[in-house]
Design a protein around this ligand. Structure first.
Ligand code: ADP
Length: 283
């Protein structure tokens, strides 16, 4: 069966040049992702505190802020690995965190709804999380075949194309333990892309890598950001990467967005003292 082309060509921009996601939702049409007064609690500990922000289709957003401010929790909620305590997450106009009842009201999402919703979203983790007992090829084909029901030949053809894209064609039969951290992370990126996600979540994907491997993985992600339509949310300490790749930076503190704007604005002329302190500590 013929393999569909990789989503490597950008379509027309989804919003006005330079628009800022948090502020410009109304002007930019319906957002792809919207957090609507989202609360996440663990026991008495409020991690996200009536959080609201939105992201346009095709936008690349970097989440920055001190450790413990809730950035990873946001990605885990979007990946449906966690459930909201209150509020609603919307993706493409539909509730992600909830199921719409026949009377139109919103109920906490069923497992079935979450399984369906998850198909639009891919995530790459700090610790790669490859399936250790599977070879590289199967790591990439497993979910398209078992979750999307893709024909195995098609999934394999696509996996080969993706391995070429991430520069690992020669490692198709390797086990994860035979690969460097950088190579494992490239496989994890290929695995996420194999699901043709509309949204790619990147959670400190270079933090576990040896320093000499970081630049190559960041370059690959920059290529993906430049050459695809995929909407990206990225938690990273790599401020140069944030500056190069994202249109919007969201600064978090204690589970809230305290400031948002273009990387130029946030890194050069932040409004908040808390942002200045944070950037002084990490830059
Ligand atoms: P960040 O990514 O900004 O460092 P996280 O989203 O990882 O922050 O964590 C935010 C807060 O939520 C932290 O205080 C963390 O300890 C807490 N937290 C995260 N996951 C859990 C969990 N499963 N159980 C209890 N507390 C958690």
């Amino acid at each position: 069966m013929a393999t569909e082309p990789l989503p490597l060509q950008k379509t027309a921009a989804a919003g006005p040049e330079g628009s800022v996601a948090v502020a410009a939702t109304a002007a930019a049409g319906p957002p792809l992702i919207r957090f609507d007064d989202v609360v996440k609690r663990y026991g008495d500990h409020v991690v996200l505190d009536r959080l609201g922000f939105s992201v346009r289709r095709g936008e690349h957003v970097t989440l920055i802020g001190p450790s413990g401010s809730g950035k990873t929790t946001i990605l885990r909620l979007l990946m449906t690995l966690e459930r909201v305590s209150d509020g609603v997450i919307w993706v493409d106009g539909d509730p992600l965190s909830h199921t719409r009842a026949p009377d139109g009201s919103l109920r906490p999402a069923t497992e079935r709804h979450l399984r369906e919703a998850r198909k639009k979203i891919g995530m790459v983790f700090q610790q790669f999380n490859l399936f250790p007992h599977m070879r590289v090829l199967q790591n990439i084909t497993e979910a398209p075949v078992s979750v999307l029901g893709m024909d195995r030949d098609e999934a394999e053809a696509r996996a080969r194309e993706l391995l070429e894209l991430v520069g690992l064609s020669g490692k198709i039969d390797a086990h994860p333990s035979q690969l460097s951290g950088g190579q494992q992370q490239r496989v994890a990126i290929a695995r996420a892309l194999a699901m043709r996600p509309e949204i790619l979540l990147l959670d400190e994907v270079t933090s576990a890598l040896d320093p000499e491997l970081v630049a190559g993985v960041l370059e690959l992600l920059s290529d993906i950001a430049r050459n695809t339509d995929i909407t990206m949310l990225c938690v990273t300490h790599e401020m140069n990467f944030a500056r190069d790749v994202s249109e919007t930076v969201l600064m978090f503190d204690s589970g809230r967005v305290i400031e948002s704007g273009s990387p130029e604005k946030i890194f050069s002329d932040p409004e908040h003292e808390r942002t200045r302190e944070f950037l002084t500590a990490v830059l």
